[in-house]
Design a protein around this ligand. Structure first.
Ligand SMILES: [Fe+2]
Length: 239
């Protein structure tokens, strides 16, 4: 199955993802082995914690592109960010200084584990009002969100991403159960790896794809692992 991975931390020296070039290379090699053809690197941007500038991440993105070319890896690489929603994010949103995913206007958005569902809803409304579409990163992680809230966010126009590791049960029973419920009720737009490094938070998208295909069928697996992510990147607009 063709796979696209649009949430991962493969770029070195910019956040808590790959520590150095060798780790990035290991993550890229692992992606190729799993059949991943399209990757969107999404380094964190979080005020007070992960503050790499756009120039920093663009520099590392270029190094990654060079490596892909040198090694002749069959991967198409894009650059965006995983934006932590806070006041600093809202300021950037209003200044229009954010990097959307691919050629579209979708922003990978994460929230504090301390936010309430109502606060998350408030941020989603602000992103939508600004003309962008929020893609909620690893929605299963937020203890305040259940299927009803997530359904409400989808009705508002938000999109939903879940992590391959959570689908496989690496993050505990509650998260795994919620992921499968959301997929069964068609509330997921994309499954991504959120890989950070080759050993502790590796890329398990291939294994996850097999599980989804086995349980929910090939057409559904293709929808959340290829069609959905490719549509989010709006690849057709950039051709
Ligand atoms: Fe992430």
């Amino acid at each position: 199955m063709r796979l696209a991975d649009i949430h991962c931390h493969i770029l070195p020296y910019v956040d808590d993802g790959a520590e150095h070039i060798e780790e990035m290379e290991a993550l890229l090699t692992s992606a190729v082995e799993q059949g991943i053809e399209v990757i969107c690197a999404t380094p964190h941007l979080r005020h007070g914690m992960f503050e790499s500038t756009d120039a920093d991440i663009i520099r590392q993105y270029r190094r990654a592109c060079d490596l892909i070319e040198e090694r002749d890896l069959p991967i198409r690489l894009f650059l965006s960010r995983e934006y932590f929603c806070d006041d600093a994010f809202l300021e950037r949103l209003h200044q229009n200084s954010l990097i959307p995913m691919g050629f579209g206007s979708i922003l990978l958005s994460e929230f504090s584990g301390r936010y309430s569902a109502v606060m998350i809803e408030g941020y989603l409304k602000k992103i939508l009002d600004a003309g962008s579409t929020p893609l909620i990163a690893h929605v299963e992680r937020y203890g305040c969100l259940d299927e009803e809230w997530i359904g409400r966010f989808v009705s508002m126009g938000a999109m939903i991403q879940i992590n391959a590791g959570s689908v496989l049960g690496r993050e505990g029973h509650r998260q795994k159960k919620l992921c499968w419920e959301l997929m069964r009720h068609d509330l997921v737009h994309v499954v991504a790896s959120d890989a950070h490094d080759p050993s502790f938070r590796p890329n398990e998208l291939g294994l996850c794809a097999n599980k989804i295909e086995h349980k929910l069928g090939q057409a559904y697996a293709k929808k959340v692992l290829w069609d959905g992510p490719v549509e989010i990147l709006s690849l057709s607009k950039g051709e």
